[in-house]
Design a protein around this ligand. Structure first.
Ligand SMILES: *[C@@H]1O[C@H](CO)[C@@H](O)[C@H](O)[C@H]1NC(C)=O
Ligand SMILES: *[C@@H]1O[C@H](CO)[C@@H](O)[C@H](O)[C@H]1NC(C)=O
Length: 299
């Protein structure tokens, strides 16, 4: 009798799974980077199309923050990330096509924003998080800005230098919210309303840890010739050693890892962290590289 019940249970499990497979591939949610938009045909639009070609029938949602493309770009500079997260979490929770789970793929700052989605909004569940050039320990400099936004970047640089951690700058400048000053870790820890929070710098939120650990894989792509992210080590969750801005340390050397405040050490030991390198400048890769290295995590 007991045996029979087990067989029935096993069948339910097997059929449950195959049902899900019949419903099609797992959807993909994309969050674009700074100065970009959901649907630029040369960036996220092209990525969406490529994924749709490689995985027939997949539902790809490229997030648009705001009502128009122009607003979406503007918001990537000037709309409080914590408020963006509220909007995105609500959108994902309401989307009937995502309810069985999805994979997430963030580009540049979209990488750390999607990690915040995992940590704060466990439903619907994300299976794999792929961070492409995301800055998980923040940045300390904007050596170069993408595309035509260089005048905005000059202004951002000046503003950050004047007072990145003041309340008014924090609430209105996205890049200040992941600005990480290694010369003054205490200011960062106290003042950063986004990154210091999700990196458990002020206190430990056990649900952040538990939710992040529910991922199957957390894939981090670092660009070996990155000229836009300072330091590029942040793309693998490394950063400058505290107190100076020349010598960097790896994730594994950081106290975040050794104290395991976010559960990353445990994930690393379980083989859930994947560190990938791409040989180009920020966000530059070929279709071939993408298909060989990223596509396997989207199935
Ligand atoms: C932990 O994070 C969740 C999700 O953002 C939040 O609802 C909760 O209040 C936080 N808990 C603490 C103790 O701050
Ligand atoms: C910490 O941040 C709060 C809120 O922004 C601010 O009022 C306070 O002065 C800061 N304290 C320190 C020691 O920087």
């Amino acid at each position: 009798m007991e045996g029979l019940r087990l067989v029935v249970l096993a069948l339910v499990v097997v059929f449950g799974y195959s049902d899900q497979h019949r419903a099609g591939p797992l959807p993909l949610v994309i969050w674009h980077g700074m100065g970009d938009s959901c649907c630029n045909p040369f960036s996220m639009g092209a990525i969406k199309k490529m994924v749709e070609q490689q995985i027939p029938g997949i539902y790809v949602l490229s997030l648009k923050i705001g009502n128009t493309i122009a607003e979406d770009m503007e918001n990537s500079f000037f709309f409080n990330v914590n408020k963006q997260l509220d909007i995105v979490c609500e959108q994902l929770a309401k989307d009937p096509r995502l309810q069985n789970g999805y994979n997430g793929m963030g580009f540049s700052q979209g990488g750390q924003f999607l990690r915040a989605v995992v940590q704060k909004c466990p439903s619907p569940p994300m299976k794999n998080l792929i961070s492409i050039g995301g800055q998980h320990q923040g940045v300390y400099g904007f050596p170069r800005c993408p595309g035509e936004s260089s005048h905005i970047c000059d202004w951002i640089r000046e503003t950050l230098n004047v007072g990145a951690y003041t309340k008014v700058v924090q609430e209105h400048l996205v890049q200040a919210e992941y600005w990480h000053d290694p010369l003054n870790e205490a200011h960062y820890r106290n003042g950063s309303i986004f990154l210091a929070d999700i990196n458990q710098e002020r206190s430990i939120n056990e649900s952040y840890k538990r939710n992040l650990q529910s991922l199957e894989k957390f894939v981090m792509v670092k660009f070996l010739k990155d000229s836009m992210v300072d330091p590029a080590d942040s793309e693998w969750f490394g950063f400058y050693k505290p107190g100076q801005s020349k010598v960097t340390m790896t994730l594994q050397e950081s106290s975040l890892y050794t104290e395991d405040r976010l559960g990353l050490r445990e994930m690393d030991k379980a083989g859930k962290l994947v560190f990938l390198a791409a040989d180009g400048d920020h966000l530059s890769f070929t279709d071939k590289w993408f298909n060989e290295n990223i596509l396997p995590f989207l199935n």
